[in-house]
Design a protein around this ligand. Sequence first.
Ligand code: ZN
Length: 413
Amino acid sequence: MSQFEHQVKERFLRYVKIDTQSKANVKRTPSTAKQLDLAKLLYEELAQMKAKWLHLDEKHCLVYAKIPGNLKQDMPFGLIAHLDTAPDASGTDVKPWIYEKYDGNAVILNEKLGIKMSPASFPILKQYIGQDLVFTDGTTLLGGDDKASIAAIMTFAEYLLAHPKAPHPTICLAFTPDEEVGGLAKDLDLKRFGAPYAYTLDGDHLGYYSYETFNASEAQIEINGLLVHTGTAKGLMKNAVAIGNQIIAGLPAKERPEYTSKRQGFFHPFVFEGDVSHAYLRILIRDFEEKGFARRENLIKELVRKANDEYGKGTVTLNFANGYRSMKNAVMGYPFLIEGLVAAIARAGVKPVELPFRGGTDGSALSNRGLPCPNLSAGYENAHGPYEFVSIQSMAKNVEILLALAKEFAKMA
Ligand SMILES: [Zn+2]
């Protein structure tokens, strides 16, 4: 194993054993106190490496640090990864193990429980033949999302702090909580962070990068019906169920998540509950383009207006909530962020692949708060479940990509 492979492996195994699962629908941040265990460890490790401007915000569970630059003209940039793991699968007592030089056979995760992964059901495995892969014991997730990124960033930081002569700008680091439960890095103090732009590290497949996410909102529709006896209902009853159904039927049937991919947007009615007198309908709206997004919101407004025309003012109320905007507009003003990243990925011998991200990231929120923040993949696979795995070589490649990125910024400065 190369030096970086050895280092990321040790770090990764250390980090995934710490349970940092976050919890949905919790008002406070961090949603779980245990995320702080990893934050504290990273703080201590950064202190040992002699990182500068170290700060642990225990209240909000945030770690800040800087690698001081050595250029005449500094051009700082930031790196951000999240501490928490997804609530979808247990993160308690993770037992990582390594399949050295994976040979393409089925992987027995847990002999006793009969849990295995075959390349037939997980074809992605075939791309990893010859590499050293970290798996779970089939009962928990692994936590490569996003600890593969943390391991890469920490190894990168250790290298630069130990080799201060390698030309690089100031690099600002932050580790944040609750990404998996929509935390949006909202407590990240941008002034303390100190970089004018940054990259989040997250996501599957090595070499993938994104600077475009969905524009998103949720239509929350309340329908007030009028319940009378069915025998005498004519001209009187307002059936909230039927009215809700009419609104759903007014949406283009094929523009739903189950029929769309790549750059296509959608409507996703995901909650519809109630009875004749009252019903509640929630519809997710997603679109990569601002115009398309506005068109979708307008269509729902129009359907609601029509229902009110037909059934009387105030029958249906509409509220848009839980919105976020694509990071694209914020990032487009800084084309070198993408050019530098693509060059760095290629320089590390990895194929750069642009992926419009069919969701939101902390980076979309940060970009719209004034910190343009494209995403570089962490390189894990099958996240959020027991079949998650990470290649040690992928993590080491990300260290190389980050070093190449620092060089690109040194050139640009
Ligand atoms: Zn993640």
